[in-house]
Write a protein that binds this ligand. Structure first.
Ligand code: NAD
Ligand code: UFG
Length: 338
């Protein structure tokens, strides 16, 4: 059955891949975005694959017009990606992060309630787990975070759990992403950070394309086999399909889910660089730099609860993540070109 979903942050990195996954599954998407961290040109790319599968609304989730958006675009549920996502920037502008991420989410929930739409999937993050918790991280691991970004995610998680407990008409899926990377295999959409990338994979692709002369490896003295940090990289299309599985579960009357979306495999910075170089045939000049403040040595998921509850697990391997990220970068050296 075709359903209609509002995707906030729908022109962003994960939101645009989610839109394709939704439309591929036969659903209709309403994309809402204020374009603060994405390009309007994403829409042309989506249209190349699905000419009539979606609508776009340029709006801010904190805007008074939100009620009107729900009136004009009736939907069965919301997938909520809109927000600010840089951990470092959140330390410099904490109030801005609280405004977009916490006040914005509250504003969205009020508009949804007014429209009688009470089904939501929320983008949370592995950053909500207390830094000293050992990996693999199960959903029961202790929560705690030291950054305004992390606090904004935890505050939204708490708000959603509390709302659902107080009003059982709500259906809430909280999905904690590990490290989303890669791009749609078409090469039409991908991650297009503004300025110097802060995450490893986009930095790697831009060094490979010659935009930056070398990759800085932030620390090679961690207590890991090769001394570099270990993360759980997950293909963005696997992540999007995890959302589809969560939506299907909510449609079958599940009320509340809190799940990790990860592969369960830890990969070191060194391993990712070596795999990328092998898959793409590109040379990656590397320099060892100091540890990045706030980074932890190891973080990877225990993804077994998502398998148990949703029958979902990631299927794309590290080679595919690298090949798809590189296809996007090499076909679009300037991203969406402004
Ligand atoms: P992104 O910046 O590419 O996408 C977010 C989109 O939201 C952007 O298009 C931006 O223009 C829009 N936006 C921001 N504030 C808005 C507002 N107030 N109103 C309307 N639109 C607004 O980021 P992404 O990587 O696609 O991340 C999506 C979500 O997933 C975010 O909530 C992020 O915190 C979460 N997340 C991302 C990662 C990651 O590594 N990418 C990891 C864990 C969680
Ligand atoms: N790294 C480098 N060089 C770089 C960039 C990163 O060596 O130029 C290293 C980091 O030190 C870390 C690993 O690569 O060991 C991954 O770093 P990322 O910045 O790509 O990802 P993080 O795990 O630090 O953080 C990401 C998101 C957060 C989110 C978290 C968990 O940026 O928002 O995953 O989901 F909270």
């Amino acid at each position: 059955m075709t359903s209609r979903f509002l995707i906030t942050g729908g022109s962003g990195y994960i939101g645009s891949h989610m839109a394709l996954a939704l439309m591929d599954a036969g659903h209709h998407a309403v994309l809402l975005d204020n374009l603060s961290n994405s390009s309007i040109r994403v829409l042309d790319r989506l249209r190349q694959l699905h000419p009539n599968g979606f609508e776009f609304v340029q709006a801010d989730i904190r805007d008074d017009r939100l009620e009107e958006v729900f009136r004009r675009h009736p939907v069965d549920g919301v997938i909520h990606f809109a927000g600010l996502k840089s951990v470092g920037e959140s330390r410099i502008q904490p109030l801005r992060y609280f405004d977009h991420n916490i006040a914005g989410t509250l504003r969205l929930l009020r508009a949804m309630d007014g429209a009688g739409v009470r089904r939501i999937v929320f983008s949370s993050s592995a950053t909500v787990y207390e830094a000293t918790q050992p990996s693999p991280l199960a959903e029961t691991a202790a929560l705690g975070t030291s950054t305004p970004y992390g606090h904004s995610k935890l505050a939204c998680e708490d708000m959603l759990r509390s709302l659902q407990a107080a009003d059982p008409r709500w259906q809430v899926a909280i999905l904690r992403y590990f490290n989303p990377v890669g791009a749609h295999p078409s090469g039409l959409i991908g991650e297009a950070p503004q300025g110097l990338p802060s995450n490893l994979m986009p930095m790697l692709t831009q060094v490979a394309s010659g935009r930056y002369p070398h990759l800085s490896v932030f620390g090679n003295d961690y207590p890991t086999p090769d001394g570099t940090g270990i993360r759980d990289y997950i293909h963005v299309m696997d992540l999007a399909e995890g959302h589809l599985a969560a939506l299907a579960h909510l449609a079958e009357h599940a009320r509340h889910l809190t799940l990790n979306l990860g592969t369960g495999h830890g990969t070191s910075v060194r391993e990712l660089i070596d795999t990328f170089a092998r898959v793409t045939g590109r040379d990656i000049p590397v320099r060892i730099a100091d540890r990045r403040p706030g980074d932890i040595a190891v973080s990877f998921a225990d993804p077994s609860l998502a398998w148990k509850q949703l029958r979902w697990k990631a299927t794309r391997n590290l080679e595919t993540m690298c090949a798809d990220a590189w296809r996007w970068q090499s076909l679009n050296p300037e991203g969406y070109g402004g």
